[in-house]
Write a protein that binds this ligand. Structure first.
Ligand SMILES: CC(C)(COP(=O)(O)OP(=O)(O)OC[C@H]1O[C@@H](n2cnc3c(N)ncnc32)[C@H](O)[C@@H]1OP(=O)(O)O)[C@@H](O)C(=O)NCCC(=O)NCCS
Length: 213
């Protein structure tokens, strides 16, 4: 694949179409395979079939959980990102947080061309359209990537045997318009009025990392 970096991220965002995975059911297995190959080792009791079937259930309407897929101009799938209610099921404390961004993934041959940034911007717009004003994620590999996109470190933790950083992103609810080339896939009338949970007591929006335990 030819690199398109000289144009910068903004134009990449315009070249990549980002759409609901539920509009492309033929891609569910492709995305399921990406996720399983990248993170399946973290879920020893899980299976590719189970992960794929969970993705298939992602809301066909505008509700969470949902998955977005990045497509090249000729329809080749390049990456994905999801919004889910819970992404740290083995940590009861994390249930007070959410929703979560997970499954941020770009195929190796399309990396460093702005696709990841385009997906993250799309996820913010989607959250804003759903009236979600705060998103969370945990990462062991891409803290700096998210920091550069405005995410803040909430705390450091250990999860499934790895050191992870839990991050939060405030979403301005005015962010709802789309740049050229990115389709609107939701219907205002069907958007749920989701309550947004405050930070749990004692969890400061810290610039200094702290541990849950
Ligand atoms: C992380 C990931 C989604 C980034 O996607 P991408 O399309 O390569 O990202 P972009 O091209 O939009 O990158 C924008 C910038 O972030 C940087 N970046 C990319 N991945 C990074 C990482 N893991 N950590 C820090 N910076 C990163 C790029 O170098 C680029 O910097 P530059 O503008 O100075 O050149 C992709 O590398 C990936 O799928 N990795 C494997 C899965 C993964 O780790 N996902 C995150 C799990 S929380």
């Amino acid at each position: 694949m030819t690199p398109i970096r000289p144009d910068g991220h903004g134009s990449m965002e315009a070249r990549v179409r980002i759409e609901r995975l539920s509009e492309h059911p033929q891609l569910v297995e492709v995305v399921g395979r990406w996720h399983w190959d990248e993170w399946g080792h973290e879920d020893p009791d899980g299976s590719l079939a189970e992960w794929t079937s969970r993705l298939r259930e992602h809301a066909p309407d505008a509700a969470i959980p949902l998955t977005l897929v990045a497509l090249s101009s000729n329809g080749t799938p390049l990456g994905s990102v999801s919004i889910v209610d819970q992404d740290m099921p083995e940590r009861p404390e994390s249930r007070a947080l959410g929703p979560w961004v997970g499954g941020t993934y770009v195929v190796p041959e399309a990396r460093n061309r702005g696709v990841g940034v385009a997906l993250m911007r799309a996820v913010e717009r989607t959250a804003a359209a759903l009236r979600v004003d705060r998103l969370y994620l945990h990462t062991s590999t891409a803290k700096v990537f998210y920091e550069r996109l405005g995410w803040e470190v909430l705390m450091e933790d250990f999860y499934r045997g790895e050191r992870v950083t839990i991050m939060v992103r405030e979403i301005p609810l005015s962010v709802s318009s789309w740049r050229v080339g990115v389709r609107i896939w939701y219907h205002q009338s069907s958007l749920p009025n989701r309550p947004v949970l405050p930070l749990p007591r004692g969890v400061a929006k810290a610039s200094e990392p702290r541990s849950l335990s």
